[in-house]
Write a protein that binds this ligand. Structure first.
Ligand SMILES: CCCCCCCC/C=C\CCCCCCCC(=O)N[C@@H](COP(=O)(O)O)[C@H](O)/C=C/CCCCCCCCCCCCC
Length: 216
């Protein structure tokens, strides 16, 4: 039963990233997958022009869910245990020459989501701190160019640029978050974005420590 506190809104999704971390500051994959599913729900609500993006995220979440249901599922409890298992057992393609051996490794799959999380963090921070008349397409492409663009093919970058033109205005975006007025949405972002940032920072350090930031 949904009440005002449990209604689906962006605050619920962003705060769900807090649950991704346990007391040891390990990133728990079930929660990470669920938080991403919440984001996909928002993406789908923005219209069919974004469906090629949402399909890519869903396919990556399915890879992770498959690993969580595999006989090796215990190794996929957290990002840390996954990295230890896949790296320790050489189940990751570390360079392009070996690209085709483990195309669905957990490490390379989460890396794509991890980079996208940084895009989301920058985009929402841009929405939060920008003026009322700021263009969302500019905020979005600035965040994209600072994060994901470097890893995407020319074709993907063109498709993404077209999709950005279909973004709603800043006001509509903030209202679509379903947390009240634009001012309340801005306040919510200030409270909730640190949870995403924390998960991002811990994942980034883990990947950097294991030289996994450029997996093909
Ligand atoms: C009311 C406010 C709601 C805001 C909530 C937004 C929800 C955001 C949800 C998802 C964000 C986008 C996630 C993009 C993941 C991209 C993963 C990726 O890099 N995939 C590429 C590489 O994968 P491999 O080939 O190596 O397996 C893949 O090639 C790319 C596929 C196409 C999609 C890439 C689009 C990225 C655009 C990011 C901006 C999204 C704009 C959304 C508008 C809010």
């Amino acid at each position: 039963m949904d009440g005002p506190e449990t209604d689906f809104n962006l605050k619920v999704v962003l705060i769900s990233f807090k649950q991704c971390l346990n007391e040891e500051e390990e990133v728990l994959l079930d929660h990470y997958i669920n938080s991403w599913k919440g984001l996909v729900r928002f993406l789908n609500s923005l219209g069919a022009v974004f469906s090629f993006i949402s399909k890519d995220v869903v396919s990556k979440l399915q890879i992770m869910e498959h690993l969580r249901k595999s006989p090796q599922y215990e190794h996929y409890t957290s990002l840390q245990s996954m990295v230890a298992y896949e790296v320790g057992n050489k189940l990751v393609d570390l360079d392009r020459r070996s690209r085709s051996r483990y195309p669905n490794s957990g490490c390379r799959t989460v890396l794509r989501l991890h980079r996208a999380l940084r895009w989301l963090q920058l985009f929402l921070e841009g929405l939060r701190t920008s003026s009322e008349d700021a263009r969302t397409s500019t905020l979005c492409s600035d965040a994209y160019n600072a994060t994901l663009a470097a890893y995407h093919t020319w074709i993907v970058r063109q498709a993404v640029t077209v999709a950005f033109c279909a973004l709603p205005t800043r006001k509509v975006f903030l209202e679509a978050m379903n947390v009240g007025s634009s001012e309340q949405a801005v306040e919510m972002l200030g409270e909730a974005l640190p949870f995403i940032e924390h998960v991002y920072d811990i994942s980034q350090k883990l990947y950097a420590d294991h030289s996994l930031l450029d997996l093909p």
